[in-house]
Design a protein around this ligand. Sequence first.
Ligand SMILES: *[C@@H]1O[C@H](CO)[C@@H](O)[C@H](O)[C@H]1NC(C)=O
Ligand SMILES: *[C@@H]1O[C@H](CO)[C@@H](O)[C@H](O)[C@H]1NC(C)=O
Ligand SMILES: *[C@@H]1O[C@H](CO)[C@@H](O)[C@H](O)[C@H]1NC(C)=O
Length: 448
Amino acid sequence: MRSIGYIVLFLGVINCDLIENPFLKSVNTFAGETLTSVLDVLSNGPIHLARNLGLTGDIPILLNNENLVNGDRILIDFRKGLGNEDIDLHVMELMLKYGYPAEEHKIETNDGYILSMHRIKRDGPPIFLMHGLLGSSDDFVVAGTDSGLAYMLADSGYDVWMGNARGNKHSRAHVEFSTHGSDFWDFSWHEIGTIDLPAMIDYTLNETGNDALKYVGHSQGSTSFFVLMSELPDYNVKVSLMVALAPVAWMSHVKAPLVRLTAPGGPILHLASRALGAREYLPDGGLARLLRTALCGSSNLADVLCSNVMFLMTGFNFDQLNATNLPVIFGHVPSGSAAKQFAHYGQEIVSGEFRQYDYGKLENFRRYGSWDPPRYNVTHISTPVSLFYSEGDWLAQPADVDTLAGQLPNVVDVYKIPLERFNHVDFLYAKDVKILINERLMKLFKLF
Ligand SMILES: *[C@@H]1O[C@H](CO)[C@@H](O)[C@H](O)[C@H]1NC(C)=O
Ligand SMILES: *[C@@H]1O[C@H](CO)[C@@H](O)[C@H](O)[C@H]1NC(C)=O
Ligand SMILES: *[C@@H]1O[C@H](CO)[C@@H](O)[C@H](O)[C@H]1NC(C)=O
């Protein structure tokens, strides 16, 4: 009977009138602990819960009978990989271990964040790699020397520069703010695009003595690029080609259950955000356990695979999953992100627009001079853009990529990965990433 009481409380909270924007730095009426314990009780009935949360038929479930056929094999391979020392190595140590001349550079942005860039120094033209949400420079090396994009580019003579957005594990410093305070975490990918990227691009060009570089952005690494070039079009001439892997701008077709659930307007975030405030997004503890069970079930395999929030967002493509390498990937992913980055994406899902952060009407008016946030005008993007996307990507769905491609003025190549289940993180570390993505991308580089 006690748990029914909690459920009533929970549903009552969902239904009550909520502040228009959950991420305003308003007074937290909900303590994180209270929230966690309410959700913990609820997690006892995952299926019932999933329905209450609005997980209906068209929302994919992460592990089901169809894709669990080789579950035992995956667990065996995964356990084999657990002894790999690369799990605990820093990205610099990894690159040096495998014989690459790695460098770390520190860059201060004009609003005081101290970012790290990682470089594999070569004499060739500079390439800038930018990670996605919850990612870091590690994303481009964890696939290993044979198929990691950073290594392959360096092997071909390119000078490889990898960015790290404010707030990720390599860029957690500020001249004034502590990472424990909400001032530090008050940013979205708008600031990553308009402040971090120009700082890192200018730094790279200056260091290498070039006028332009080539840019590869995965997921949010593409979003932030589109923001930069829309808002500061003078930067277009500094990039001779942009390759977007799993491009994200318009998002109304996102399928990922975790993302849909936590979008503003989705049931969880309204609740959770009151406890979070403008802080880092760390969905561990009760909330993560709850979502994990609801989305993934409670098999041994689920315990292993669904412990990683990145995969909770993207799902699994077992055809392309190298389970032996998964422990290494888990050792490096996810990195940190601000809650506001998630909220901003969530707003896009709800609004169907690609536009600046929505602070609610009054605050929007104060900041932007309009009730609604200004849209990003992607017609300003004159850089040649190549779009790599796939059907099985729950975050960058073909219909949304079409919208983007239809508005960008200079799309030079659109490539749909010819595997139905190829997913959002397969662009980084699928078994066949070398042939499907990296080699094709490098052919394109020769043309621009
Ligand atoms: C540009 O590079 C030169 C030489 O490496 C360095 O002395 C200078 O401080 C750099 N300027 C900026 C703005 O980074
Ligand atoms: C899978 O990962 C293991 C361990 O990192 C690696 O040795 C192997 O080459 C990888 N296999 C493929 C097909 O990438
Ligand atoms: C976008 O920018 C172009 C070129 O500057 C301009 O003609 C157009 O009106 C803008 N569109 C919007 C929606 O602001």
